[in-house]
Design a protein around this ligand. Structure first.
Ligand SMILES: NC(=O)c1ccc[n+]([C@@H]2O[C@H](COP(=O)([O-])OP(=O)(O)OC[C@H]3O[C@@H](n4cnc5c(N)ncnc54)[C@H](O)[C@@H]3O)[C@@H](O)[C@H]2O)c1
Ligand SMILES: O=C(O)C(=O)C[C@]1(C(=O)O)C=C[C@@H](O)C=C1
Length: 367
C-alpha cells in the first residue's frame, strides 16, 4: 500500500487526505502542529495516523503534500530537504500561490527533482479539519506547476493519484501565469470583499441600519470576507507583485466609473454595467469548468524533460491558443500522452497540422 503524508490537516489538507484514503486507497499520515487537530482528524477517519513531528509522518512516504498557509510552506519544504525521504518520493503542495514555493523548491537539487507545485481551485471561507469534505475538489480545476525539466512520468504519477483522489480536472501551467490569473480571479476579489465589509463596518459604527439592511447583494459579494486572515495575509505577501499590478488596474477602473458619474455620463455608466452583465452571463458553469474545452486531441510524446513546454512553445510560436493541457494515464508502451484542448476549431485544426509537421502522432477525438 502506498503512503501519503499530508502536512497541515485543515480544510484543504483534510479534504485531500479524505480523497486519498477513500478513493485512492492510500495510507495517509498527517502532520500538524496542533495535537487537537490530529486527534480530531484521526477520530473522524480523515487520516490513518497523526504526528506532531514531521519526520515521523514523512520518512516512508511515497507522496508528501504541503497543506499549510503559503507563508509557512517554504520553511517546511526547507526542512524536508534535510530529511531522509524515500528516493522516489514525490512532493507537492496545495498553496494558493505558486511562484514563491517553486523558487524555494528550486534552491535544493533534491527538491527540484521531487517537487511539483499544485493548487486545487476550490475551497471555502471556512477553515480547519471540521470543514474538510471528501469531494471538495470534484469537477474543479487542479493546477499543477512542474519544473520545465520534470519528467512527464513524474507528472503522470502525481496526476493519476490526484485525479483518483479528488476527481478534479488537472491543468498544467507555469507559476507566473498561475499567479497573475489566480491573482485576478481569487486574490483581488478577496481584497475587495474585505475592503467593502470594512468600509460598511465603519459606517455601521454610527448607524446600525447599515448591517441590518445588508441583503442579498452585499452578502453574495462578501461571503469570502469571512475567510481565514492568516491564510490571506500570506497569499497577499507571496503574490505581492501580481496583486499590486491588479490593484492598480482596479483603482483605474474605479476612477473611470467615478469620472463618468461626476460627469453624469449616462452612456458610460450604462456601458460599464452592460459589459459586466454580458461577461458574467457568459462565465462557464463551474460543473463544466472555466476553460470548458470543445476541441480536443491527444498527442503521443516521449517522456523527456521539458516535453510539455516544447509542445506548448511550438503552438505558441504559431499563435495557436491552447485552452488546456492535461497529462493522461501512462500507456503500456511507456509513451506519454498529452491532452490538448482548444476553444476554437481553427486553433485545433492548425495545431494538428503543426504537430504532425513536426513528427508528433496526433490522436483525434472530434473526427
Ligand atoms: N481555503 C481555501 O479555500 C483554499 C483553497 C485552495 C488552496 N488553499 C491553500 O491551502 C493551504 C491550506 O489552507 P486551509 O484553508 O486548509 O487552511 P486551514 O487553516 O484550514 O489549515 C491549515 C492547517 O495547517 C496547520 N499548520 C499551520 N502552520 C503549521 C506548521 N508550521 N506546522 C504544522 N502545521 C501547521 C494548522 O494547524 C491547520 O490545521 C493554504 O496554503 C491555502 O493557500 C486554500
Ligand atoms: O470559495 C471560496 O470561499 C474560496 O475563496 C475558494 C478560493 C477562491 O478564491 O475561489 C480561495 C482560494 C483558493 O486558492 C482557491 C479557491
Amino acid at each position: 500500500m502506498e503512503r501519503a503524508a499530508v502536512l497541515g490537516i485543515g480544510l484543504i489538507g483534510g479534504s485531500l487526505a479524505l480523497g486519498l484514503k477513500e478513493r485512492a486507497g492510500v495510507e495517509v499520515y498527517g502532520y500538524d502542529r496542533s495535537e487537537k487537530t490530529l486527534h480530531l482528524a484521526e477520530s473522524a477517519g480523515v487520516i490513518h495516523r497523526g504526528f506532531t513531528r514531521m519526520e515521523e509522518a514523512v520518512t516512508k512516504a511515497d507522496y508528501i503534500f504541503l497543506a499549510v498557509p503559503v507563508g509557512t510552506a517554504p520553511d517546511l519544504l526547507e526542512a524536508l530537504a534535510e530529511l531522509d525521504l524515500k528516493p522516489d518520493c514525490l512532493i507537492s503542495d496545495v498553496g494558493s500561490t505558486k511562484g514563491r514555493i517553486m523558487e524555494q523548491a528550486a534552491v535544493f537539487p533534491r527538491l527540484r527533482e521531487a517537487f511539483i507545485g499544485g493548487h486545487p481551485m476550490a475551497g471555502s471561507h471556512q477553515s480547519g479539519v471540521k470543514a474538510a469534505r471528501s469531494l471538495l475538489f470534484e469537477n474543479a480545476y487542479y493546477i499543477l506547476t512542474p519544473f520545465p525539466e520534470t519528467p512527464l512520468s513524474k507528472v503522470q504519477r502525481l496526476s493519476r493519484l490526484l485525479v483518483t483522489a479528488t476527481r478534479a480536472q488537472l491543468v498544467i501551467m507555469n507559476p507566473e501565469h498561475h499567479d497573475r490569473i489566480v491573482g485576478a480571479i481569487s486574490h483581488l476579489p478577496h481584497i475587495l470583499a474585505a475592503g467593502l465589509v470594512n468600509q460598511v463596518d465603519r459606517y455601521n459604527e454610527s448607524n446600525e441600519w447599515f448591517h441590518r439592511l445588508a441583503a442579498g447583494g452585499f452578502r453574495d459579494l462578501t461571503r469570502i470576507a469571512a475567510s481565514d486572515p492568516v491564510m490571506w495575509r500570506d497569499i497577499l505577501l507571496s503574490n505581492r507583485e501580481s496583486i499590486l499590478g491588479l490593484m492598480q488596474d482596479w483603482i483605474r477602473e474605479m476612477e473611470r466609473v467615478k469620472e463618468a458619474l461626476e460627469a453624469e455620463d449616462s452612456f458610460s455608466i450604462q456601458t460599464f454595467f452592460e459589459q459586466a452583465k454580458i461577461s458574467r452571463e457568459q462565465l462557464p458553469d463551474r460543473k463544466i469548468g472555466i476553460l470548458s474545452p470543445v476541441w480536443e486531441c491527444y498527442v503521443d510524446v516521449a517522456d523527456h524533460p521539458g516535453v510539455i513546454g516544447k509542445v506548448a512553445t511550438l503552438l505558441g510560436e504559431e499563435g495557436i491558443s491552447i485552452a488546456n493541457i492535461g497529462v493522461m494515464e501512462n500507456r503500456e508502451d511507456g509513451a506519454g500522452v498529452l491532452r490538448l484542448a482548444f476553444r476554437e476549431e481553427r486553433d485545433y485544426r492548425r495545431a494538428k497540422t503543426v504537430l504532425a509537421r513536426k513528427g508528433y502522432t496526433v490522436i483525434d477525438l472530434n473526427e
